[in-house]
Write a protein that binds this ligand. Sequence first.
Ligand SMILES: *Cc1c(COP(=O)(O)O)cnc(C)c1O
Length: 369
Amino acid sequence: MTGDGTRVVHAGVPSAVPGRSFLPGPAFGAPYHLDPVLGPQPGVDGYGRTDNPTWRALESAIGELEGGECVTFASGMAAVSAVLLSVLRPGDTVVVPGDGYYKTRAFASSHLAERGVTVLEVPTAGPYPALETVRLLLIETPANPGLDVCDIADLAARVHAGGGLVAVDNTTATPLGQRPLDLGADISVASGTKALTGHSDILLGYACTRDPELAASLTGWRGATGAVAGPFEAWLAHRSIGTLDLRLARQSTNAAAVAALLAAHPAVTTVRWPGRPEDPAYAVASRQMRRIPGVVTFTLADKAAVDRFLEAASLVFAATSFGGLHTSADRRAQWGDDTPDGLIRFSCGIEDTDDLVADVRRALDAVIA
Ligand SMILES: *Cc1c(COP(=O)(O)O)cnc(C)c1O
């Protein structure tokens, strides 16, 4: 297979036509011109809630990288909720990660439970209950923020034995980190807000599948609910994907160096990064993933220690989200995520490794000074 750098640069980019730009700019249209006599025609764009050429280019790029048909959405939560609501019916059982993105869990326990769906929360690392009666298993691997991983192929085989479906939240890994559809998942769903686009300037989501019926029902859901990405966001996303390989490479290198520093520093209580051989997720991650993301999760003693850390660091932005160019740190408990007060989800940016490590060391030293 062609290398990742080559694939992301060319993904979804039209073939060369003299005088045209490499990536045609965003197409803005609410209604498009119709044939005044024939009216709406198949294959001709009619209205912006269902048709947009800029989405189609982005969808062909993401679809190539994930290895399936892609449907983009306005945000990661628009994509996750579209998967849940278009698949599940009253009386069904869904399993969601107990330690994954907290908004997914909250969505399931409120909106799905009140619609007669049985919602089970299971930690990413397991143990998993019997899965033969489950209609949909949604897993998040690596899980945000704890970074546990689970074996996609093994779980997919167990769910498929009972006729259910498996969706993987691929936000943290990105399609260069792992291809869930190759591993047996039915749907790869993600927030494109994070590392996929990586510039901390757009909200985006997508779901990919190889099942034409699922793809049609997701597309139908999007058109019905209107959870569409704006054309400008879609174009920015497509442009940003061209540097995904380079960004992930630097983020991963930075994460390895930061994780090693954290593991050896007396201010730090726990460190999770699936690329460390000492990490409980290392074995499955190294088997299943093509590269390890730039996110490292660690704990300091308490909130006061996190405050000192963030005040002392100069290259670390206090911000939620992750996967961007700029290193950022988020104390997850401040959002109501059920995590310890001192837990930081640390997202390595693409700064020079030496600069970042020196800054983090200074900030950690300040915590115990
Ligand atoms: C951020 C995130 C989402 C939601 O994405 P938005 O684009 O913020 O709506 C879903 N899943 C995971 C794992 C995330 O990190």
